[in-house]
Each structure stands twice: as C-alpha cells, then as structure tokens.
Design a protein around this ligand. Sequence first.
Ligand SMILES: NC(=O)c1ccc[n+]([C@@H]2O[C@H](COP(=O)([O-])OP(=O)(O)OC[C@H]3O[C@@H](n4cnc5c(N)ncnc54)[C@H](OP(=O)(O)O)[C@@H]3O)[C@@H](O)[C@H]2O)c1
Length: 174
Amino acid sequence: MIDSQNTSISMWLKAIVAIGDNMVIGANGSLPWKIKEELGLFKKITTGHSVLMGRKTYESLGKPLPNRNNIVLSRSMQPRDDVTVLTGPEELSPPSDAKLLWVCGGAEIYNALLARCSQLIVSHIHGNFAGDTFFPKFSHLFKYNSDIYLCDKFVTKIYNNVNCEAPIMKFMLD
Ligand SMILES: NC(=O)c1ccc[n+]([C@@H]2O[C@H](COP(=O)([O-])OP(=O)(O)OC[C@H]3O[C@@H](n4cnc5c(N)ncnc54)[C@H](OP(=O)(O)O)[C@@H]3O)[C@@H](O)[C@H]2O)c1
C-alpha cells in the first residue's frame, strides 16, 4: 500500500508519457497527435503489466487496454468488472510476479504520482501542439539516463528518479 502522505519511491512504479516540445500532453480529452509508432511503443512497453490512469484518460480510451491489468483512479466511478477502480493512490499495492505498474496519465495522475516513480519514459514529440493539458516540470525529479527509440517524429528517453537510493535496473527494449 502507498501511504497518501508518503513520497517514498517504489521500484515497481514507473511513468510513461508522450510530450510535445511545449510540454502539452492532451487536447479536448484526447492526444494532440496521431502517431502510430508512439502508440506501438507504448503497447510494447506496457503489455503484460498494470496500467494506472485517471478517470478522464480512461474515458478517452473508452475501454480497458488489452493484455494489461487496468487500474483507474476516480472518486466518482462505481466499481466494475472490466477495470479496477481505486479512490486514491493510497490504495495502490505492488503488482505480483515482479510486474510493473505503469503510471499512464493524464496530468492529474502524473502530478499525484510522478515523484514516487523510479523511472520515467518520455517520448518527446517534435513540434508545438495546441492543447489544454500539460505535463509537469520534471527536471528537478529525474535525470536523463538513455535513449531507447528514435524516429523522424519523436525520440524516446529514459529518466531515472534522482532521489532513488536503490540501483535502478537498465531498461531494455526487446
Ligand atoms: N500524452 C500522453 O502521454 C497522455 C497520457 C495520458 C493522458 N493524456 C491526455 O491527458 C488528458 C486527461 O488528463 P487530465 O489531467 O485532464 O485527467 P486524468 O488525470 O486522466 O483524470 C482526472 C480524474 O482522475 C481522478 N483523480 C485524479 N486524482 C485523483 C486522486 N488523487 N484520487 C482519486 N481519483 C483521482 C478524478 O476522477 P473523478 O472526477 O471521477 O473523481 C479526476 O477527475 C487527455 O487529453 C488525455 O488524452 C495524454
């Protein structure tokens, strides 16, 4: 369980996001861009693990992400069969079998949990996009580790939490 007042880092908690050059992540309840390669990379990294998202992001998807344990944070959603609904981050617990819990947004969820994530994977989308939802500043919390993917539309980088005392395993994309 995560204590709501606790800011300690969990090795099993990692965040993943796609950000435009102007830090935008969302527009009118969806993504500001349509980039197949980025969605494919997100799928590859998160499949087989747990994904945690806010109610608004879940509603923008419309259904659970396949082959992942879907957890939605909401104070208003009723319990349901297809996803696990939690009313606050303090209800989170480590996934079993050395799996990871990927914090997948949106902005409210990143704001609540980013400091507790051991790693952050950012796809930096080239360009300034119109939007209404922005990723928080993170340079005081995370330091650059490595690039894991590069194409003409974006570059994907790994950042490690600067406050993590335990060694962080190198992330491998197979
Ligand atoms: N670029 C990316 O990688 C990326 C990733 C994800 C999302 N997005 C975009 O981000 C936008 C949505 O972000 P958002 O910030 O508006 O919404 P959000 O974070 O997806 O969801 C906000 C909702 O989550 C629930 N919530 C938030 N904090 C909570 C807490 N501490 N405890 C319990 N429930 C909590 C509340 O639901 P209730 O109101 O039901 O209580 C709140 O209204 C969309 O445009 C989406 O497409 C982009």
